[in-house]
Design a protein around this ligand. Structure first.
Ligand code: FO1
Length: 307
């Protein structure tokens, strides 16, 4: 399960060790946003670009070496350009928006893009329906991109809501995938706004709980700090302490194993009191070596649990 920019790193490690066809990724869509009339799906796109080797691996979103000529021209015409849409990235948004307007489901659109980009893994949106993370702040109600990119998270967060989630159905195949997979990995993504919306879609958390698969998460928090993004700030607004223990608590309904950083061994007994095994290792993925190492540790653990 993936959202944001943490999980695509792990995905690259896994891709070096397992066949791409053995991987399926369920993506958050609550960060999706219309810009210039184009449908942008950042979390899905980071996964698609990661799998197709196109991803900008400095930012972990958008396409590497992209240019921003279209945005520069739009600025001259008076458009807001705080959301950095690269020229090559725009092609995907134009294509997706057209297919959606033709009546295709988001999951069908992703299948089409996967075919065009020669992606062999299965990429699924959590739902085909509209779900939007709305953040109530002292500057008004903002969607995730307005909060994170336009305001740089420089606002007081009062509450968070996933608009539309109560009536959203999982996209085709999501529940079967969770129940039939050998292993479900919750990537090192923000538990509130990246994985949170996925878990709130009807039946997904229940399927995780009922599934016989081994359920593993990688903590996106080291000590009291998130690896990246607004996870820490958003956890505090939910009255959660920022720690790997909190991650274990959030996923305690279904989780079997939590990978934590090797400096966080002090949390092990607290996590294990929740009935979750804590596995300390290096979870910081700065380069390909780190990504493969973490993926290898996960695969070793899976093998050990099988015996
Ligand atoms: N993140 C930024 O911090 N600034 C941007 O201008 C920006 C543009 C952008 C364009 C396309 C895309 O797919 C992602 C983009 N992101 C940008 C990343 C995005 O805001 C977040 O990383 C995710 O929504 C977090 O889940």
């Amino acid at each position: 399960m993936s959202g944001g920019t943490g999980t695509p790193k792990l995905l690259q490690g896994l891709l070096s060790l397992v066949s791409e066809t053995d991987l399926s990724i369920i993506c958050n869509t609550a960060d999706d946003y219309y810009f210039y009339g184009l449908y942008i799906s950042p979390d899905i796109d980071s996964v698609l670009y990661s799998l197709s080797g196109l991803l900008d691996e400095e930012k972990w979103w958008g396409i590497k070496d992209d240019t921003f000529n279209c945005l520069d021209m739009l600025k001259k015409y008076g458009y807001d350009t705080w959301f950095q849409l690269g020229d090559r990235d725009l092609a995907l948004h134009i294509h997706r928006t057209r297919l959606l307007k033709d009546g295709l489901l988001l999951s069908d659109v992703i299948n089409n893009i996967s075919l065009c980009l020669n992606i062999k893994a299965r990429v699924l949106p959590m739902t085909d329906q509209k779900v939007t993370t709305m953040i109530l702040t002292d500057k008004g109600k903002l969607n995730f991109q307005e909060f994170w990119v336009r305001e740089n998270a420089n606002v007081k967060v009062l509450s968070i809501e996933f608009e539309g989630v109560k009536t959203a159905e999982p996209s085709r195949g999501v529940i079967d995938l969770i129940t039939e997979s050998d292993v479900v990995i919750i990537g090192p993504s923000n538990p509130i706004t990246s994985i949170g919306p996925i878990l709130e879609v009807k039946g997904i958390e229940k399927a995780l709980k009922m599934s016989q698969s081994l359920k593993i998460a990688i903590s996106p928090i080291i000590g009291e700090q998130p690896l990246s993004g607004p996870a820490g700030q958003l956890m505090k607004t939910q009255n959660l302490e920022v720690s790997p223990y909190s991650i274990a608590k959030i996923y305690s309904n279904f989780l079997d194993v939590l990978f934590i950083h090797n400096t966080d061994t002090r949390f092990i007994s607290q996590i294990e009191d929740l009935g979750i095994s804590a596995f300390p290792t290096n979870i910081i993925m700065k380069n390909q070596y780190d990504k493969i190492n973490l993926a290898q540790e996960i695969l070793h653990l899976i093998e050990a649990r099988r015996c």
